[in-house]
Design a protein around this ligand. Structure first.
Ligand code: NAD
Length: 298
């Protein structure tokens, strides 16, 4: 099966990036979002990505013009998927919204259409039934920003037909991702299964006064050759998200250390407006964080 026409559902942060990257790599893309305001925001994102690709990624004006020609926008789901070979879903991370979106999609999409979800925390099996075609449904998970952090984690659930697993792995590669095959459901895929415990251990060391955040980052960077340490990564993700994860996991497991940690993150960072890279300060100060200084690792 050849994939040519792709519909991106949910025109927010990630949907807009996936749409741009997919159109840039030569596919016809319809961006679908039920809200006109979100479509307008997505168009503004796309203008920004065009500038970024022109100025920072050595792309020609002709390539940008061709990418724009391949992009169209719609607030009507039926029209948006009428010709879709594949739908990539990036609607909000709320179970009821996901389920109701797939219920509607099942009504309108042609039989041939493959459905992929970009959910970061929900397993495809939790809403496979709503798709009406569990065998053609699986996860294709991106990292942010999709063109730099270009892994495409492709994950089956028990009911996925392996034929579509292979097609989606190939599609991920065709849009410039390095495809990562995940043969059974794993919450957090590969990346977050590795990353979440690392970031949690780093916070444990820091908030319990075992060491300072720069020394913890230096240890990781020197000994593994990584470009960033855990606190550099935390600043990129944003302290708000890290706070929510600590609070949620702490409450779920009744872990007092973790609940206390969440309270410290709130008081020392969030209440002070230090959300990380996005606000110019988190653990480090931006745009020139100390860990980029050539002397940092000496
Ligand atoms: P976002 O809030 O930026 O965008 C969500 C979009 O969905 C909005 O434009 C909203 O208008 C639209 N929407 C709301 N209801 C809808 C519906 N019924 N049908 C279609 N669209 C609808 O969210 P985001 O950060 O882009 O995240 C979207 C998905 O991508 C989530 O599942 C998230 O886990 C996943 N994801 C996010 C990131 C990230 O870094 N933000 C990374 C990987 C995966």
């Amino acid at each position: 099966m050849e994939i040519k026409n792709v519909t991106i559902a949910g025109a927010g942060v990630l949907g807009s990036q996936i749409a741009w990257q997919t159109a840039f790599m030569g596919f016809n893309v319809v961006v679908y979002d039920p809200f006109e305001e979100s479509i307008e925001k997505s168009k503004a994102f796309h203008k920004g990505f065009a500038d970024l690709f022109l100025n920072k990624r050595n792309v020609s004006q002709q390539q940008i013009d061709e990418t724009n020609k391949r992009l169209s926008y719609s607030t009507n789901l039926k029209e948006a998927v009428a010709n879709a070979d594949l739908v990539s879903e990036s609607v909000p991370e709320v179970m009821d919204i996901k389920k109701s979106f797939y219920n509607d999609l099942a009504k309108f999409a042609p039989e041939k259409t493959i459905f992929t979800s970009n959910s970061s925390t929900m397993l495809p099996s939790s809403y496979a039934q709503e798709t009406g075609r569990p065998e053609k449904f699986l996860a294709l998970h991106f990292a942010n920003p999709v063109w730099d952090a270009n892994v495409g984690e492709v994950m089956m659930h028990d009911g996925t037909d392996p034929k579509y697993f292979d097609i989606v792995l190939k599609f991920a590669e065709d849009i410039g991702m390095v495809p990562i095959p995940i043969h059974k459901e794993q919450s957090g895929y590969v990346l977050n299964t590795l990353l979440v415990p690392l970031l949690s251990s780093a916070q444990y060391l820091y908030f319990n006064g075992v060491s300072d955040f720069e020394s913890i980052d230096k240890t990781w960077m020197i000994s593994t050759g990584a470009k960033f340490g855990p606190f550099g990564i935390i600043d990129m993700i944003g302290l708000q998200t890290v706070y929510h994860i600590a609070l949620m996991n702490g409450e779920k497991t009744q872990n007092k250390l973790m609940i206390d940690r969440a309270a410290k993150i709130k008081a020392e960072f969030i209440d002070e407006g230090k959300m990380g890279m996005s606000t110019g300060e988190g653990f480090y100060k931006y745009p020139n964080p100390k860990y980029l200084d050539p002397d940092f690792l000496k």
